[in-house]
Design a protein around this ligand. Structure first.
Ligand code: 2BA
Length: 109
């Protein structure tokens, strides 16, 4: 068994949960925050059989879109001000950041 941990954008989360649910996959949705943007995102947990990993990855690929986002860099505190760029820069976020972990034991009690 594998545990799929997928960090996705909030905009894609509900669509992804529904797409997985209609294919019979159970998920747990966690509210999370990206360390870089400090903005909300969604972390989904899905426990699946080894043979189902590629189907789930396909659904994630199809559902989660990458988007460009403007970020204003933080003003450096005590750092060199002359190299500070005060205007927003563009980063590409998503589709999804996915970790596939081996599960030693799965039990419902
Ligand atoms: P954030 O950490 O808020 O990052 C949002 C986006 O900012 C990233 O998109 C990336 O394009 C950019 N970014 C992140 N760190 C950067 C840096 N040090 N310098 C320049 N740009 C940077 P994604 O790569 O698609 O990541 C989306 C979210 O997935 C992340 O939100 C974070 O919550 C999660 N994530 C990504 N990689 C991870 C990892 N190795 N471990 C744990 N979570 C991760």
């Amino acid at each position: 068994m594998k545990l799929i941990v997928a960090v996705v954008q909030d905009k894609d989360a509900i669509k992804l949960i529904e797409a997985l649910m209609v294919r019979g996959y159970r998920t747990t949705k966690l509210a999370s925050t990206g360390g870089f943007l400090k903005e909300g995102n969604t972390t989904l947990l899905a426990g699946v059989d080894d043979s189902q990993v590629s189907e789930v990855m396909g659904i994630i690929r199809k559902t989660c879109k990458s988007r460009e986002q403007l970020v204003t860099p933080l003003t450096p505190v005590g750092g060199p001000v002359d190299s500070y760029v005060p205007y927003p820069v563009e980063v590409v976020v998503g589709g999804a950041t996915v970790f596939v972990l081996s599960v030693d034991k799965f039990e419902k009690v």
